[in-house]
Design a binder for this molecule. Sequence first.
Ligand code: NAP
Length: 455
Amino acid sequence: MRRVAVVGSGPSGVYSVAALLAEDDLTVDVLDALPTPYGLVRYGVAPDHPKIKSVSKTLEQVLTDPRVRFLGNVRVGVDVPVAELHDHYDAIVYAVGASQGRSLGVPGEDLAGSSSGVDFVRWYSGYPDVPADAYRLTATRAVVVGAGNVALDVVRMLSAGAEALGQTDVPPDVLAGLAASSVREVHLLIRRGPLQTKFTTVELREIGELERADVRLDPADLEGITAEGADRVAQRNLAVLQGWASREPRDTPCTIHLHFWRSPVRVLGTTSVTGVQAERTRQEAGGALVGTGEVLELPAELVISCIGYRGSPIPGVPFDEATGTLPNEGGRLMSAGRPVAGEYVAGWAKRGPTGIIGTNKHDAAETVAALLADLRQRPAGPQRDPDRLLDLLRERGVQVVPWTGWQRIETAEARLGQATGRPTAKITRTPDLLGAAAGRTPEPAAAAGGEAGRG
Ligand code: NAP
C-alpha cells in the first residue's frame, strides 16, 4: 500500500486527495498546521458568502473517506522535518496556499491603523489567536486599496453592518467589534480603470445592493469608456458601474466611494494613520501604468491594502522569493532545475494566488497525474506502520487533532453559537480549539487575546 502525505487541507489539498483516491492501493494522510480543516474556506471566504462556504461539505466527503486520515495541528518543517516525512510516505504534496499579504511598499505603510487585507480577513474570520480587539474600528473614514475580490470582501465587511452577519459563524467578540464600528466612509483606491479591475461581477454587484451603504463614483471616471473589445466580465462590470453612476444618491449610514486611476504613494500620519496620498495614474499605449504627478489627499484613520497574497517558505523546501511560490514544473517541485524526488505542489503555492475555489480541481489533477506517473516508475518502498509518525509526534508533545477531534470542535462551536442565538460561532484560541478537540468544553469568554489593536 502506497502512502501519500498531503500538506494542507484547503481546497487544493482536498482536491489533490480526491484525485489520489482514484488510484487503488493508496492511502493519504492530510497534515494541517491548524487544528481545523478547510483552509481558506474556513478562514478566507467571507462569512456572508454561505453558498461558497458550503463547499466544505464536498471537501468533508473526501476527508472522511476510509483511506484518508486528517492530522490537524501538525506543522510540517517544525513538528516534523520534511526529510523525516520521507521515512513515512512515498510522496508529499504541498498544498499550503499563500499566507502573507503583499506589501504596498510606500512610506507610512507600517503606521498604526494601516494593515494588510490578509490580517483583516483573518480577524473577521476568527483565525486562531488573532486577538478579538486587533481591529477596534474607531475610524470614521477607511481607505481600502486594490481591485480584486478580497478588496470587495473588505469593503463589504466595513460597510454592511453587523446585522448582516447575525446568522453567520463570526466569533461573538468580532461581531461585537463590527457592531460598534464608527466607519462611515469607505474609499476604494483602484490603480487602473473601470475595464482593468480583477473584480468578478457578482461580487462587484453585491456592494451596490447593501442596505446601509450607498456606492458613489465620479461619472467622469467612466466618460468615453466603451465596452468594445473588452472581455465579458469587464463589459458586465462596466454596466454595473454605469448603473451606479446614474442613480440618485441614497442617505445611508455609510458610503462607499470608488476612485479609479488612483495609486497610493504615501500613508500619512506620525504615529497613526491620518490619511492617504494617491497619485492619479494613466495607462500608456503599451499597457504600462504611469503616475501623472497629480496627487489627491484622502483623510482616513484606517488603511487596508488588499493587493494580493504571497506564499511563505516551509523549512527544508525550496522557495521562490520572487514569485512567493514553491518552484515547480507542472506540480513537480524543482530545485536547481531538477525535480525533487517524491515532492509535489498544488494550488496557490504552485501557481500563485489566482482563480476561484474550483480552479484548484484541474490544478490538483495535473499535480497528482505527475505524482502517480513517477510513483509507477519506482519500486514499492517498505511497508510502514501508519501509527509510527503519530507516536513520534506524541513523544514531541504535539497534540495531533484527528477527524474525531475536529468533529468535537464543530460540536463545541455549535454550542457556542447557540449561546448567542446563532447556529454556530468560531472558537478562536488554539488552546480552546485543542481543548475542544480533546473533549473539554471551552470557556467562551476566553476568546480575546492581548495584542494591540490595528484600527
Ligand atoms: P487579485 O484578484 O489578484 O487582485 C489584486 C488587486 O490588487 C489587483 O487589482 C491589483 O491591480 C491590485 N494591486 C496590486 N498591487 C498594487 C499596488 N501596489 N497598488 C494598488 N493596487 C495594487 O487578488 P485578491 O483580491 O487577493 O484575490 C485573490 C484570488 O482570490 C483571486 O483569484 C480572487 O478572485 C479570489 N477571491 C475570490 C472571491 C470570491 O469569489 N468571492 C473572494 C475573495 C478572493 P493590478 O491588476 O493593477 O495589478
